[in-house]
Write a protein that binds this ligand. Structure first.
Ligand code: AMP
Ligand code: MG
Length: 313
């Protein structure tokens, strides 16, 4: 495809030039693919919201190469440092208090007092971030409320020709959005992900709660309808007729045309990685209904159930 660019020095400098002009590109991360823009620029941020048709009150995650750049924009504390040391770069997003003198566009964090920040691990996006003089605002590269993209071709599936530069970093290895933890006010998980509240609790040596309230948080990942393939989804099913796509998990299910196994070996990590790929495939096969079996509700299963619940809304 003409608009897909591999990770090479010349393509990275092309990407850099586009971003410096406050235009938008698509980028890989280990969680999902994103739309990236200069986080210091109001005009970049406006373009991102417009492309995604994203409600303006839903703040974006700001992506950094390392902690040095972050210090200009947010207050950090012991808790943050402990988690940063263990989990970053990687699929963990921190909500922190924003500094008054920060240059981050206030449109990017919905004019809140806090900002959400992450240090992605994917080598291609890290190569790019390293070369920039500004952090990147990167929400997922999908139209608001659709299934998130996990490959360069998924981005084309979402935006067609509207995005003319997609940096290709291979398929997202995690395949599910980052865990979001708030360290602003009470420490709690705002959005579950593959880094579970248990793993975080171990590092902080305390129990970490997973927030269920949606109103207080104003976060897109917490909007009721999200991650949706645009087809009715029924959860906790035991079977499905042949015309219905049947999403299953584990050994006991027989192969069939309409059966999509997230992990026949029963691995929640593998299931997380396959979830969006499977939903997009089912959508493109033009199924009219989806039934999903019960997925275990522990560890990464909490995140999978969270996305399925919203997708089914
Ligand atoms: P997305 O960019 O689609 O992966 O979603 C961004 C996620 O970041 C949302 O689900 C929110 O949970 C979170 N978020 C971003 N900024 C803030 C903030 N200032 N306070 C709370 N949550 C935030
Ligand atoms: Mg998203």
């Amino acid at each position: 495809m003409k608009n897909i660019y591999k990770n090479s020095p010349s393509n990275l400098s092309k990407a850099k030039k586009i971003l410096e002009k406050n235009n938008i590109i698509a980028v890989p991360t280990e969680t999902v693919y994103g739309l990236a823009g200069n986080a210091y620029s109001n005009s970049s941020i406006k373009k991102i919201y417009k492309l995604k048709k994203r409600p303006k009150k839903n703040p974006l995650i700001i992506h950094y190469y390392n902690i040095k750049e972050l210090r200009k924009d947010a207050y950090i504390d012991e808790k943050f440092l402990k988690l940063y040391k263990k989990f970053s770069p990687g699929p963990l997003t921190y909500v922190l208090r924003k500094k008054k003198k920060s240059k981050i566009s206030s449109l990017a964090n919905a004019k809140l007092k806090s900002i959400a920040v992450r240090f992605p691990k994917n080598i291609t996006i890290r190569n790019l971030l390293k070369q920039l003089n500004f952090p990147l605002a990167i929400p997922s590269a999908n139209i608001s409320s659709n299934v998130s993209p996990i490959s360069a071709s998924d981005v084309i599936d979402e935006f067609g020709k509207k995005i003319n530069f997609i940096l290709d970093g291979g398929r997202s290895t995690i395949g599910l959005e980052s865990t979001v933890i708030s360290l602003y006010g009470k420490t709690k998980i705002l959005r579950p992900g593959v880094i579970s509240h248990k793993k975080i609790g171990k590092i902080l040596k305390k129990n970490i709660s997973v927030s269920k309230k949606t109103k207080e948080l104003r976060s897109p990942g917490l909007l009721k309808k999200h991650y949706s393939p645009g087809i009715p989804i029924k959860l906790n099913c035991k079977k499905a007729d042949k015309k219905t796509a049947f999403i299953v998990f584990g050994r006991k299910y027989k192969k069939a045309g309409n059966v999509f196994n997230l992990s026949s070996g029963g691995s929640l990590k593998e299931a997380a990685k396959n979830l969006y790929k499977t939903l997009r495939k089912i959508k493109n096969l033009k199924y009219k209904k989806i039934n999903v079996v019960k997925i275990p509700k522990h560890n990464i299963g909490i995140a999978i159930n969270d996305r399925l619940r919203r997708a089914s809304h």
